[in-house]
Design a protein around this ligand. Structure first.
Ligand SMILES: N[C@@H](CCC(=O)N[C@@H](CS)C(=O)NCC(=O)O)C(=O)O
Length: 285
């Protein structure tokens, strides 16, 4: 166990650049406690105190040490405007996980190239390579993997009801809005139904507005986060939804709660620096 914690501390130090000793010890203590608690509370043994958990996991011959990752640099395959990639980029920032980004130009069809299809046979970004035997795809799956591999800060609540609510808000945009507007769907609308740029934009605006109404109805008055006071994957989803809202010119005035949560999220450096327009390949103006 001691060896496990030593590795964990080394992992954290490797990720961060501390200003002084106090900042380092505080952060490392938070990180290791958060990591251990997350592992303990989600273990098969259920919700046990640390002492009982250690005793039970030893007597049942279960390893109480989570598996450590091989530390290959993570590679995030992306496209600057990709909303799904934006969700993942924010989580990597929040969890202070080092990664390298490799852009693929979706407007040039690079998602269909054979080498890219080996990474993701579905021909879509994001794909996260380097932490697992096979590249990970689908923003939700990637975020769940990040959550289990880098638990601090947690982006899922500890209680089952909270986790269900947060996942539900996440899917509101990730599975009910966003898939309707991605390039392959737009291309199909054009090919099969003669859609053009203007009708494609109106179509996207319609679905983003529908998503906004559903967010608005589920956010608390005065809230600065989607769920309680802590950040969660629902906030990553909302931020990505709001990028689509602005891109397709949807008016936010009727959605003040959503606008307020969005404003407080975009003010956070981890969200701001992950913003699509600041990424490689984005037009300069
Ligand atoms: N459900 C997927 C969405 C993946 C997806 O469709 N990504 C878009 C960019 S945001 C893409 O690569 N589209 C390529 C295409 O439609 O041809 C996720 O959440 O990761």
């Amino acid at each position: 166990m001691e060896r496990f914690f030593l590795y964990l501390i080394m992992e954290r130090v490797w990720q961060k650049d501390y200003a002084n000793h106090l900042e380092a010890t505080t952060d490392i203590a938070d990180y290791t406690v958060g990591f251990y608690n997350n592992f303990r509370l989600h273990s098969k043994l259920g919700n046990l105190s640390p002492n009982v958990f250690e005793r039970e996991s030893t007597s049942k011959n279960l390893s109480s040490c989570p598996k450590l990752l091989d530390h290959h640099m993570l590679i995030l395959h992306s496209y600057w405007l990709s909303l799904a990639t934006y969700r993942v980029r924010i989580a990597l920032n929040l969890k202070a996980v080092a990664f390298e980004e490799r852009p693929h130009d979706l407007t040039k069809g690079e998602q269909h190239l054979p080498d890219f299809r080996k990474l993701n046979p579905a021909g879509a970004v994001p794909a996260l390579e380097g932490g697992t035997r096979q590249p990970l795809t689908q923003s939700l799956a990637i975020l769940e993997w990040l959550e289990e591999s880098y638990p601090t800060p947690p982006l899922l609540p500890l209680d089952a009801e909270g986790r269900a609510r947060v996942r539900s808000l996440f899917l509101l945009t990730a599975s009910d809005t966003h898939p309707l507007v991605v390039p392959r769907v737009q291309a199909r609308l054009t090919k099969q139904f003669g859609s053009n740029e203007a009708t494609g934009r109106a179509w996207s605006a319609y679905w983003f507005r529908e998503g906004l109404a559903a967010f608005e109805a589920q956010l608390a008055p005065g809230a600065t986060r989607c769920h309680g006071e802590a950040l969660s994957i629902a906030d990553l989803a909302l931020a990505s939804h709001l990028i689509g809202v602005s891109r397709f010119g949807v008016d936010l005035t009727e959605f003040p709660r959503t606008a307020a949560v969005g404003a407080s999220l975009f003010a956070l450096p981890e969200f701001a620096s992950a913003h699509p327009r600041l990424q490689l390949g984005a037009p300069s103006a």
